[in-house]
Design a protein around this ligand. Structure first.
Ligand code: 5RP
Length: 269
């Protein structure tokens, strides 16, 4: 692997082989998502605990201080919205030159396997990989399901992840699933990171699935709503960090979360 590519991957994935990417790109099709209405306010307190942030160029420029930041994974696909008919009809929104100008460590785009625009999104991935490899910029493929959340099962996820890896993604983001997640990871010859999807009912559910996914071979997370939609997002990201980088169990993470939450409540009175 060439030096630039290896160096960028090392910025994203820590020496322990693990990573915690903070996903704050949701506005690119959802608009002012709950608790991400003012991106700067959401992002700033969480930044010190993220290994990288997944963000569009618009939010990066407007809401992230270039002097106090973390490695950037630039979201470069879009062109659709929640108000439109079909979330799968994305194009590439941002050039590789722009990614270089913004000093991105990687770029990310969604692929929509099984959708009407499957072919287009996969060819977008291939084109992006060709461009990225020219400049040593890794591509993270996001195996998206659009509104069809029920697609988050092993057979579909394994298919999507493998195809993304075959087309040249250096990292693949997918969803954790209760049954057969190890097969999803085993069938994907590049590192897999897990997204969370809509906020779940309890913090413990997040700790459990992240822990389980790591035991089954994922290298970390690209997590958004289950961090910043939590009432105590800093406690949440720090507890997740303990699982990912410090080998904490879900029980230990939960205890850390509650102790940080207690401190925070005392601090704000
Ligand atoms: C949005 C994305 C998100 O980056 C990804 O889904 C992670 O966020 P969350 O944990 O909230 O699902 O790709 O399209």
């Amino acid at each position: 692997m060439e030096w630039g590519m290896a160096n960028r991957l090392a910025q994203l994935i820590a020496a322990d082989g693990r990573c915690l990417f903070l996903a704050v790109d949701h506005g690119y099709f959802q608009g002012p998502t709950h608790k991400l209405e003012e991106p700067r306010k959401t992002i700033e307190p969480l930044l010190p605990y993220a290994d990288a942030i997944f963000v569009t160029r618009g939010v990066l420029r407007s809401s992230v201080d270039p002097r106090r930041t973390r490695p950037i994974i630039l979201r470069v696909s879009g062109g659709v919205s929640m108000a439109g008919k079909d979330l799968s009809h994305e194009g590439i929104t941002t050039s590789m030159e722009e990614a270089l100008r913004l000093n991105a460590s990687a770029v990310g785009l969604s692929v929509f396997v099984g959708s009407e625009h499957e072919r287009e999104s996969l060819l977008n991935l291939s084109r992006l990989v060709d461009e990225g490899e020219k400049y040593g910029i890794p591509v993270m493929a996001v195996t998206a399901v659009g509104r069809e959340l029920e697609k988050r099962e092993a057979r579909f996820l394994a298919l999507a992840c493998r195809i993304a890896a075959e087309l040249g993604a250096r990292v693949v983001k997918t969803y954790w699933c209760a049954e057969g997640f190890e097969k999803v990871v085993q069938g994907c010859p590049v590192p897999v990171v897990m997204a969370g999807g809509p906020q779940v009912d309890t913090e413990r559910q997040v700790f459990d699935f992240v822990y389980d996914g790591l035991q089954k071979g994922a290298i970390g997370v690209n997590l958004g709503r289950n961090i910043w939609q939590d009432d105590f997002p800093v406690a949440m990201i720090r507890a997740l960090r303990a699982i990912i980088h410090d080998k904490a169990t879900p029980q230990q993470a939960e205890e850390l979360y509650y102790s940080l939450k207690k401190d925070e409540i005392q601090r704000i009175g």
